[in-house]
Design a protein around this ligand. Structure first.
Ligand code: BG6
Length: 486
């Protein structure tokens, strides 16, 4: 049995508004996600908003939906609604315990996101919030105690509410300056303690008010917002390289593989075109220029051009990323006539699904690692992968999660083959998410991913007690043998 390459990074990943809580503590400002309710597969999450005539509206918002928001609608908190980000699972007060548990498994990297509005509560202040900066200093110190290196996501699908309301989020060029200022603050404060950075999370999947702060959510709004994010990312990369020699920058893409449903030429061609919708984001950010097929994508979404300046094109060239990070949960299948999408599509008769309908496809991970590496030839980093499942805890909070072990084992085998047999250069793996947290797409708690169970239900009730599951001990062994024993 062979192990993973020496120095391979093993760890876990999380996002602040799904994990941290403490939404009104430490001077933190509000995020657009703070106005987002819980939901389920059948009942999409939504924002709670009020129009100028007093009418309450509930625009849908999740990974799958992004309803447009009328110009006269403003966010309101409703007493009878539950907002999962407010408490999440309270990492804010449990970080020492959680990091000790991660260290117990042997993690040598931990990917977490910094909450933008904890550092700049309104997003455009002159000076940062010292209490927010101190919180992440404390988190990093705790990691260093156990020789765990941080991998920092600068912006994980989130938007300070004030920036959304004042500037319409990423539809405004001004956001580039706000973001770069925020980055400069982080680089100066944590630059000597963090080597790996991610400028954005799942940039190819975000749209609409929740993650981008834009009231419009159609193709033109989404792609213009993305362009501003590309420029912001490139500026941050350039600045980061200047201020932190040796630092490594990536952006994270949702790269669930996309298969044509059959070998019918029409399905194959459709698969190629639909896949470009994801390549678009990688190609621009990793190669530093817009690809030849860009216009075809824009036209598919009903518009012909974007506002791109010569200066933008220059900065895209100068701020190319150092590595490619992606999430992989599943594969998708598509046939001629299907809409283009990030997640969803036709059924794959060869695969079984999780209870949330996500096809389980370990070989798809090897496939996607190869396709990305073949195309870009830069190191890759798998920064999210895992299985959302319903765990049955006993009276002590212990869960026998053999299904999760099976899922991860199968994926690790394929990851190993991609690295050792196919020659893919892979920096590491951070599993989503070591401690149970709130689901992004549905806002549920019962869609659990962790090695560590958290006693909390879908409405935030419970003791928040942390208990290692069966998979915890298994993962410990995997890391101890650097993946030799799976
Ligand atoms: C990724 C996101 O899309 O998938 C995470 O980066 C998210 O924030 C994860 O939690 C899993 O999705 P979900 O909807 O099951 O939480």
């Amino acid at each position: 049995m062979r192990s993973f390459p020496k120095g391979f990074l093993w760890g876990g990943a999380s996002a602040d508004f799904q994990y941290e809580g403490g939404f009104d503590e430490g001077g933190r400002g509000l995020l657009s996600h703070d106005y987002e309710t819980d939901g389920s597969l059948e009942h999409p999450r939504h924002h709670t908003m009020q129009k100028s005539d007093g009418t309450l509206i509930k625009p849908r918002s999740s990974f799958f939906y992004a309803d447009p928001i009328p110009n006269d609608a403003w966010p309101v908190f409703l007493e009878d609604a539950y907002y999962p980000s407010h408490q999440a699972v309270d990492f804010y007060h449990h970080y020492k315990e959680d990091i000790a548990l991660m260290a117990g498994m042997g993690f040598n990297v931990y990917r977490f996101s910094i909450c933008w509005s904890r550092i700049y509560p309104n997003g455009d202040e002159e000076l940062p919030n010292e209490e927010g900066l101190q919180f992440y200093d404390d988190v990093i110190s705790e990691l260093e105690k156990y020789h765990i290196q941080p991998l920092i996501t600068i912006c994980h699908d989130e938007m300070p509410m004030a920036l959304a309301l004042k500037y319409d989020g990423w539809s405004s060029r001004h956001l580039i300056d706000c973001y770069v200022k925020y980055c400069r603050t982080l680089f100066k404060r944590y630059g000597d303690r963090c080597k790996y950075w991610l400028t954005f999370n799942e940039i190819n999947a975000v749209r609409g008010f929740g993650p981008c702060g834009t009231r419009e959510s159609d193709g033109a709004a989404r792609y213009q917002a993305a362009h501003h994010m590309f420029v912001a990312s490139a500026k941050a990369v350039k600045l980061g390289h200047e201020l932190m020699p040796g630092s490594m920058f990536g952006t994270m893409y949702a790269m669930s593989e996309l298969y044509p449903a059959t070998c019918k030429p029409e399905d194959m061609m459709h698969g190629l075109l639909a896949r470009r919708e994801n390549w678009y984001f990688i190609d621009i950010m990793e190669r530093g220029y817009y690809p030849s097929y860009a216009k075809q994508i824009w036209q598919h979404h009903g518009f012909d051009a974007l506002d791109i300046t010569d200066e933008d094109r220059q900065i895209l060239k100068e701020g190319q990323l150092d590595y490619i990070a992606f999430s992989y949960y599943r594969s998708n299948t598509t046939k001629a006539g299907d809409p283009w999408f990030n997640v969803g599509g036709s059924d794959n008769p060869y695969l079984e699904n999780t209870p949330w309908g996500w096809p389980i496809d370990p070989l798809g991970l090897r496939y996607v690692m190869n396709t990305i590496y073949d195309r870009i030839q830069k190191p890759i980093f798998i920064v999210e992968n895992g299985m959302g499942a319903i765990d049955q805890a006993d009276e002590n909070g212990y869960v026998e999660d053999d299904y999760r072990i099976d899922y991860l084992r199968a994926h690790f085998k394929c990851m190993k083959e991609a690295i050792l047999e196919d020659g893919v250069e892979c920096l590491g793996y951070t599993m989503w998410a070591p401690v149970d947290l709130v689901s992004l797409s549905t806002g549920e708690m019962k869609k659990r991913y962790g090695f560590i169970y958290v006693d909390m239900d879908d409405k935030g009730q419970g003791t928040l007690k942390r208990t290692p599951k069966k998979s915890y001990e298994w993962m410990k062994q995997v890391i101890a043998t650097n993946g030799e024993e799976l």
